[in-house]
Ligand binder design. Structure first.
Ligand SMILES: O=C(O)c1cc(C(=O)O)c2c(n1)C(=O)C(=O)c1cc(C(=O)O)[nH]c1-2
Length: 253
């Protein structure tokens, strides 16, 4: 990694191209668990395990975004960024992203209260998501914003996911997929705002390098989350069938 302070900053075009290249190469759309999901190869229980564990990630998002808010001295920045907290928490108890995720949980046959309780979240998933919050807590505002740039790749993944779920898992029902539908445009909007901030603030090569490293770190966190889910529920058992360890309660209705 080039840390020389006399290296000239990349142009915005070259910097953004490098962010895209480094991020895309590591983004979790390529993870074997996602590939299996998109090919329709996940069982109902594996899909449930993903939904249950990913909820923990969702609950960390508004917390890390509140940390980012607290790092900014700029009302204009905060005015835009605070929308991310509201997007997840909603204006009331039934309108936010977290609630949409619980509708998804019910759609895949899970008990939303069980999911909300977080008590069945895998330890490794907890560590990965807490690692994201910890990173943002300790990072500069610029690095923290740069770490959100995995969202550059999220709209394409959401569209692919919507298509795959409609095709391969029709039993889930289209109404349960509102969260993904909503994220296609929201992630795009969020990423655009984050990109313009990063382009404006990363004025030296060192800062640009720190942004790229932050994005790589975040991509690794998302990847590790899926590694944990896969290790728990996709690993082959001795007789060649998938093992389903420690499974949460099913929805009663
Ligand atoms: O389902 C996904 O694949 C996925 C990926 C990402 C991402 O790429 O960071 C986010 C989300 N979902 C998401 O729902 C979300 O709210 C979100 C916020 C952030 C962030 O870092 O600020 N990433 C993501």
């Amino acid at each position: 990694m080039n840390r020389r302070s006399d290296a000239r900053p990349l142009s915005n075009e070259a910097f953004l191209a490098k962010l895209r290249r480094e991020g895309a190469a590591r983004y979790h759309d390529r993870h074997p668990f996602h590939l299996r999901m998109h090919q329709g190869k996940l069982t109902k229980r594996q899909l449930q395990q993903w939904v249950l564990n990913r909820y923990y990630y969702q609950t960390r998002i508004p917390i890390k975004d509140a940390l980012i808010l607290s790092k900014s001295e700029d009302p204009a920045f905060r005015r835009v960024w605070i929308r991310r907290v509201r997007d997840q928490d909603g204006d009331d108890a039934a309108t936010g992203g977290l609630d949409s995720w619980l509708i998804l949980a019910r759609g895949v046959g899970l008990d939303p209260d069980e999911v909300r309780s977080l008590r069945s979240v895998l330890p490794g998933v907890r560590l990965a998501c807490d690692g994201y919050v910890q990173f943002v807590r300790e990072a500069s505002l610029l690095e923290a914003v740069a770490s959100s740039l995995t969202e550059l790749f999220a709209p394409t993944l959401m569209s692919r996911r919507l298509d795959a779920w409609g095709r391969h898992y029709p039993w889930v029902g289209s109404g349960a997929l509102t969260y993904f539908r909503m994220r296609v445009s929201r992630a795009d909007l969020d990423a655009r705002h984050a990109v313009s901030f990063v382009m404006r603030e990363a004025t030296t090569r060192e800062r640009q390098t720190a942004c790229i490293e932050a994005l790589i770190k975040k991509a690794a966190i998302l990847w590790h989350l899926l590694d944990c889910i896969q290790a728990d529920c996709v690993r082959p058992s001795a007789n060649g069938r998938n093992a389903h360890a420690r499974f949460p309660r099913q929805a009663s209705a």
